[in-house]
Structures are given as C-alpha cells and as structure tokens.
Design a binder for this molecule. Structure first.
Ligand SMILES: [Zn+2]
Length: 308
C-alpha cells in the first residue's frame, strides 16, 4: 500500500481485520492533529508523538490482528526505490494523495505486469479503478496527462471522511477479490461518486486505449524520472521544487491557504507560513520550502498545499 493517510488507514484496517497475510505500508509523512478527522487508524497520542504514519498504522494493526505481518516503510516512493519497495507485492494499492506517485505506480505496475488499484478522494468526491496490466485500461489510458494548474488537495479543499471510507471500502473489496483469486469478479470500470451532490458515474475501463503511451507504447517516462519535478537542496535548511506547467493564481491560492496558516503575496511571490515551515511560491509553480532539508517532507508539503 502506497500512502497511509485517509484512504490508507481505511484500507489497511479493513484488509488487516480481514486477515490479509502480509501488508507493506509505505508512507513519507508523520501523524498530525489535523489528520485525525479522516485518518481512522490514528489517535491523539500518535499526533503528539509525531509518529511516522507507517509505524503508527503497523502498531495499531498489531493490536487488533497480531497474525498479520506488517512492514512499515517510512519512505517516499520514487523512481529509484520503486523496484525494491514494490517488487515483492502481489497487488499494489494506491492510497497516495498525488498524481505524480500514481503515474509512477502505473509505470511500474504496467512494466512488471502487476495489478494495482487506483483510489482517490477529495472533498465529497471519490474515484477508483482496478488496473490489470494486459487486460484493462491503465491510468494513462484514462488520464493521459496529469492535471495542470490549480488542483484542489485534501488540505485545501478538505475531505469528507465518509467519502474516503466509501472509496476505501471499495478498494479493499476489490483487493480481497484479487487476493482470493476471484479475478472474474474484479470491476473493470472507472467508478466515481460525489456523495454530497448525490451523483455517481461509471465508465468502462475494460480495454486499453489505442496508442496509450504507457501500456501500449511501453514508454515509462515516470519510472525513468523524466516527468518528476526536479528537487534541489537550496541553501541551509531549505529545499527547492522546480515544478513545471503549474501557473499559480496567487489570489485564489491565498484564499485556499488562509485557513491553514499565514499567507502574504504580491505579484511576484506568495509566502505561506505554517510552523515550522515557510513556503515561498513563484507564479510558475516553483517553490522554496524553508524549515527542512528532507526532500520527502518538502514534496509532501507541496502536494498537500499547492497540488500534485
Ligand atoms: Zn494505458
């Protein structure tokens, strides 16, 4: 399972209680008080201790089903570590909060013929799809390019905890079907819900899209790192993220970020303070994050507050 936030805690809890044999949980973040509204495996003590989410999840699982073998990987999934982290998995579960990592999972899964399940939730919207390489469409078939420009995230738009539990339940169900060998029962559609607006949609994803760069042309650009925003260390205690193609509307960004910290901007730069970090954002999406030298934390802050 890649990511252990809202979707991840729901899926990990369901699968571990169901008795899945081995669960590897990969997550780069630490539990914070603001997570508790939706991340159902964690509690106030985990947040007070700033426990890594993967570690906190493994401890909680051990307390209710000690027979499940859980390995906690406190790591950021990257093109460099995808092979060692994912190659032992029968099935990869997406519980990330960003498209960059999802495309990386998709590249790895298609290249190695390994099934994975895409799942995402933001605000009241939830979406999921099973990807069975060689059979169904892949993520790039359905979404040929990552969303550009302003993208809402769970930290800016919020998230209804019931929406995430809905998509987590579906993802866990599909995972159990796969793990018990009920392949014929696996759903072959892109399924989405707006639980607040009472809308749902389902489109067929049973067949790959002709010409798909990933599953038809086998051009694994995300695994090669070509699409990855370049990250550099930038002076003492700061990290620079060189995003491309993410024009930022500062006044819109300001109103999104204001509930989460102090924001100031002029025409050239936006500054956002959220203790202990200071994020400086430029109109083309480039950012400098002060307060850390850990690129995983910088990437995580960027994904949470600016978009992925
Ligand atoms: Zn494809």
């Amino acid at each position: 399972m890649v990511g252990c936030g809202a979707t991840g805690t729901c899926v990990a809890s369901l699968l571990a209680r169901a008795g899945v044999g081995h669960l590897k949980i990969i997550d780069r973040d630490y539990v914070e008080p603001s997570n508790l509204q939706r991340q159902s495996l964690f509690d106030e003590a985990d947040a007070a201790d700033s426990l890594p989410k993967a570690v906190a999840a493994a401890r909680k699982i051990a307390a209710f089903n000690s027979e499940v073998e859980v390995s906690a990987e406190v790591a950021d999934l990257t093109p460099e570590n995808a092979e060692p982290l994912l190659s032992s998995a029968d099935l990869v579960l997406d519980a990330t909060d960003n498209f960059e990592t999802r495309y990386l999972i998709n590249d790895f899964a298609v290249k190695t013929g390994r099934p994975w399940i895409y799942a995402a939730a933001v605000a009241a919207y939830a979406v999921t799809m099973n990807i069975i390489p060689g059979e169904t469409a892949c993520l790039s078939c359905v979404f040929p390019a990552p969303p550009e420009g302003m993208v809402e995230t769970c930290d800016t738009a919020g998230i209804l905890n019931s929406a995430v539990n809905l998509v987590g339940s579906i993802e866990a169900t599909e995972a159990i079907k796969f793990l018990v060998g009920a392949q014929a029962k696996l759903r072959r559609t892109l399924l989405s819900f707006d639980v607040w607006g009472n809308e749902q949609a389902e489109i067929s994803a049973a067949k790959p899209r002709a010409g798909c760069q990933t599953c038809q042309q086998h051009d694994f650009v995300h695994l090669a790192g070509a699409r990855r925003p370049q990250i550099t260390m930038c002076g003492r205690n700061s990290v620079q993220i060189h995003e491309r193609n993410r024009p930022v509307d500062f006044s819109e960004m300001r109103s999104r970020l204001e509930p989460h910290g102090t924001v100031k901007h002029n025409d050239f730069v936006l500054k956002f303070w959220r203790e202990p970090y200071e994020l400086t954002l430029f109109p083309d999406g480039r950012a400098i994050i002060k307060g850390t030298t850990d690129t995983a934390i910088a990437r995580s802050l960027y994904a949470r507050y600016i978009g992925s």
